[in-house]
Design a protein around this ligand. Structure first.
Ligand code: UDP
Length: 468
């Protein structure tokens, strides 16, 4: 086992190349630096350039973020290829990134006086990263940047196959209905199994092979960490004691220290606009980094926000509409967007700062796990509007288990209508018990991060284990 003797412990941190993974992994890297580590942070070349371009400081030229060295490795895709094709990306990465990462570690051992001593790998890359950790004889922790419930469903794949709930070949549901992973855990629906909600049926078996492979792979790592907290998913952590909660990670909270955004956040525009709004008046609307709308739903959302009659801050990512054309309803921008208008539209927000702002009243969200934890940590109730992958299970937790949000529901034509959006927002704004519950949950989350709290103590344990 490689251990640092005179030099500080040196972690290699490898996120899956998606925004919702890079942000929490970079936060983890900052937290490791705070505990005396040096970090080599590996992005795909494509994301490395996006992260640097979104930064306004000297990191863009040096690749250094304090004691974090940002490095790039090609993902195997051609320039201009669709990196939202997660099936192809996953397959190519294993082939192209693995040798480069192994070389990086081996050279640090042979040629530098700061040898890499441990690895934090995204759980979803475990099929190849954890073999590298074993071959290069360094400690390893797998990081699951989403909910323990979804991780539990992955770890239960062998049992789901054995119980004839899913097909062993491609993970597709053999029955439609609900099941429980253990008597104390909330009900799950077969339609919501994350690997069946990626939206690319063509590569379903390849995707499932990787998902299943990761279940076996993580048996090889020293620790399995999860960005959740005990109070949020107690029954799951009781049933799956190998999964260690260290969250909610303070994603986006490090002012002046980059957290790995792919787009440059419009900090000043958002915060100064929020400063001018009354307390708890603003509807914050953001759908993370992946969600896409067709023009009809996009327009319905715009009209729904207008119909609310409340101030709103809406993140309209450049690529949020298929074809990248933002066709707003006629006159919409003039009515709500101009000076004195009720709406503020930005391409990317400093979301953590936004959710912490006293003017924000509720969060219309796609239920990405980071967004979910950020909303909880700031005590903001949700209008839950999932798009894909684990977001349906997260919606279930938000609406049925924690009862801190309401569902956005489509009509018979599959559209979430403007009237529905407006009435749900109104319901959320006027529901005192919903706010009380989310405030109570915020308290539990923050307690778990304080000295003596479960996530804090688990993080200490993890740091000790990686330093040994
Ligand atoms: N985010 C942000 N500004 C935005 C929208 C999103 O900073 O305008 C951040 C958000 O705070 C979260 C991440 O992007 O940390 C999105 O992760 P999530 O798991 O919520 O969704 P995904 O992008 O993976 O679907």
């Amino acid at each position: 086992m490689v251990t640092a003797t005179t030099s500080p412990p040196h972690a290699i941190v490898i996120p899956y190349p998606a925004q919702g993974h890079v942000i929490p992994h970079l936060e983890l890297a900052h937290a490791l630096v705070d505990r005396g580590f040096t970090v080599t942070f590996v992005n795909s070349e494509f994301n490395h350039h996006r992260v640097l371009a979104a930064m306004a400081d000297t990191t863009a030229t040096t690749g250094l973020l304090g004691r974090i060295r940002l490095v790039a490795v090609p993902d195997g895709m051609e320039p201009g290829e669709d990196r939202n094709n997660l099936v192809r990306l996953t397959v190519l990465m294993a082939e192209h990134m693995a040798p480069r990462v192994e070389d990086l570690i081996s050279r640090s051992h042979a040629e530098t006086d700061e040898p890499i001593t441990c690895m934090m790998t995204d759980y979803s890359l475990g099929t190849w990263t954890l073999d590298i950790a074993r071959r290069t004889r360094i400690k390893s922790a797998a990081v699951w940047p989403a909910s323990a419930a979804v991780l539990a469903s992955l770890l239960s794949i062998p049992k789901l196959i054995q119980d004839n709930i899913i097909d062993s070949k491609d993970g597709s549901a053999l029955m439609q209905g609900t099941f429980k992973l253990s008597p104390d855990m909330p009900i799950m629906h077969t339609a919501h199994l994350a690997w069946n909600c990626i939206g690319n049926h063509q590569g379903q078996d390849a995707l499932f092979r990787n998902v299943f492979g990761c279940v076996r792979a993580v048996e090889k790592c020293d620790l399995l960490l999860c960005n959740s907290f005990l109070g949020a998913e107690e029954a799951t952590f009781a049933q799956f004691p190998k999964v260690v909660p260290i969250g909610p990670l303070l994603t986006g909270e490090r002012r002046g220290r980059a957290v790995g955004h792919f787009w440059r956040p419009e900090d000043d525009a958002c915060v100064s606009w929020l400063d001018a709004q009354p307390a708890r008046s603003v509807v914050y609307v953001a759908f993370g980094s992946f969600t896409m709308f067709d023009t009809r739903q996009f327009q319905e959302l715009a009209l729904g926000l207008e119909l609310c009659g409340r101030p709103f801050l809406w993140v309209v990512r450049p690529d949020i509409v298929h074809g990248d054309v933002h066709d707003y309803p006629p006159g919409f921008l003039d009515r709500v967007g101009g000076a004195g208008g009720r709406g503020k539209l930005v391409a990317w927000s400093p979301q953590q700062q936004v959710l912490a702002h006293p003017a924000v009243a509720c969060f219309v969200t796609h239920c990405g796990w980071n967004s979910t934890m950020e909303g909880v940590r700031n005590g903001v109730p949700f209008l839950a509007w999932p798009y894909f992958a684990d977001q349906f299970v997260n919606q279930l937790y938000i609406c049925d288990v924690w009862k801190v949000g309401l569902r956005a529901e489509a009509d018979e034509s599959g559209v979430i209508t403007k009237e529905h959006i407006a009435s749900r927002v109104e319901e959320l704004m006027s529901c005192a018990s919903m706010r009380d519950r989310v405030e109570a949950m915020k308290k539990v989350a923050l307690e778990s991060l304080k000295e003596g709290g479960s996530s804090h103590d688990n993080f200490d344990m993890f740091v000790r284990a990686m330093k040994e």
